[in-house]
Ligand binder design. Structure first.
Ligand SMILES: [Ca+2]
Ligand SMILES: [Ca+2]
Ligand SMILES: [Ca+2]
Length: 363
């Protein structure tokens, strides 16, 4: 409980707290983009065909009007470059799916080096924030080589995706973990019918796995970012538009974060939310549950109702003759055995049940 003194202190401190919170905000405060949740029976197939994405509402599409050329400050011209991006995820997988559709007046992709039209994606799956490239390492006496292997891309990752990739890997992972661009951590496919120097439309479909920790020593010690409904992650992208094979560098740096340094500082990314499945893609009443054994010696189990939809009444059948009408019951099983447990729910949208056969086993 707050004392009068503390309330007064809070009033004094509150503006300061607010100010520091603002300083810690992601780039584009107040903006939050949506990541579409694909139902498990409609996971996109990575083949360069955008058909799987037709189910994604346009409210999820992020177009060229959201991008700013933060390097060269050129004015937006749809004929020069126009892009549309949709991002998706699937509950139970730690993957981010992307559909990148772009029209360019000059596709620059004949060279072997970094000079290539690029879709640069930066992701911070656990919102750790802060710098993550060797050039921004906070200790200036560390060599750039040490900073690379200790630090670069470890807590947030940067993919330079070649659009398209001709005779080279689909992306350059800017960091010490190139293994994250291969299966089972990523996959990509393109479709286009232009040659280097021509104009046209490119479709790129891919997925990546964001990591809380992705070290130089490979996947053994790596930690995938856990994706779950309503979680917010940090992300940005930039379309690097190279329009002349002989030019020194790109012509435009079309950035979703409106701060160039998003390429190396995760605090300059933008908020993205992992959305629930749209109502039309799931039953109105969808029962589910989970359980946790609290004490095997006493055969004490905690059950958790995870039903989606409106429920007016429920009945648990524990498979041992006992039942419960509680939402999240605790139950003690009488003896060792394999149990068939059912949760039956009822609401304005009907009645449905979910059984798990022999998931609950007591000894
Ligand atoms: Ca262009
Ligand atoms: Ca992170
Ligand atoms: Ca180009």
């Amino acid at each position: 409980m707050l004392s009068v003194y503390n309330v007064g202190l809070m009033r004094t401190l509150f503006p300061i707290l607010l100010a520091s919170a603002a300083a810690l905000a992601l780039e584009r405060p107040g903006v939050e983009f949506k990541i579409f949740q694909f139902p498990a029976n409609a996971i996109p197939r990575i083949d360069g065909n955008p058909q799987d994405w037709q189910m994604v509402p346009e409210s999820y599409a992020i177009g060229g009007d959201e991008l700013v050329d933060t390097v060269n400050k050129t004015k937006r011209d749809k004929r020069d470059l126009d892009v549309k991006v949709k991002v998706g995820w699937v509950e139970g997988q730690n993957r981010l799916y992307f559909l990148y559709e772009a029209s360019d007046d000059y596709w620059d992709f004949s060279r072997t080096d970094l000079h290539n039209d690029i879709f640069e994606v930066v992701v911070d799956g656990d919102l750790s924030g802060g710098p993550f490239i060797k050039q921004m390492h906070p200790y200036d006496k560390l060599s750039q080589e040490d900073a690379h292997f200790l630090f670069h891309g470890v807590h947030a990752q940067n993919y330079h995706i070649f659009t398209p990739a001709l005779g080279k890997d689909w992306s350059m992972v800017w960091g010490c973990q190139p293994w994250i661009k291969n299966l089972p951590y990523a996959n990509a496919a393109y479709s286009y019918n232009f040659k280097p120097g021509e104009s046209g439309k490119l479709t790129l479909e891919f997925w990546i796995t964001p990591f809380d920790y992705a070290g130089c020593d490979g996947p053994g010690r790596a930690v995938e970012s856990q994706l779950r409904e309503n979680k917010v992650i940090g992300m940005s992208w930039s379309a690097l538009d190279y329009d002349d094979v002989n030019a020194k560098t790109y012509k435009g740096f079309w950035n979703l974060s409106h701060k160039t340094s998003m390429y190396g500082n995760a605090s300059d990314l933008v908020a993205f939310r992992l959305m629930p499945v749209e109502a039309k893609f799931r039953p109105a009443l969808d029962p589910d549950w989970s359980f946790q054994v609290l004490d095997m010696n006493r055969r004490l189990v905690a059950f958790q109702d995870r039903t989606y939809g409106k429920v007016t009444s429920r009945k648990w059948d524990f498979g041992d003759g006992a039942s419960s009408a509680e939402q999240h019951p605790l139950h003690t099983f009488p003896k060792a055995g394999e149990y068939v447990v059912t949760l039956e729910v009822e609401g304005p949208d009907g009645r449905a049940r979910r059984t798990k056969v022999w998931d609950v086993v007591m000894k």
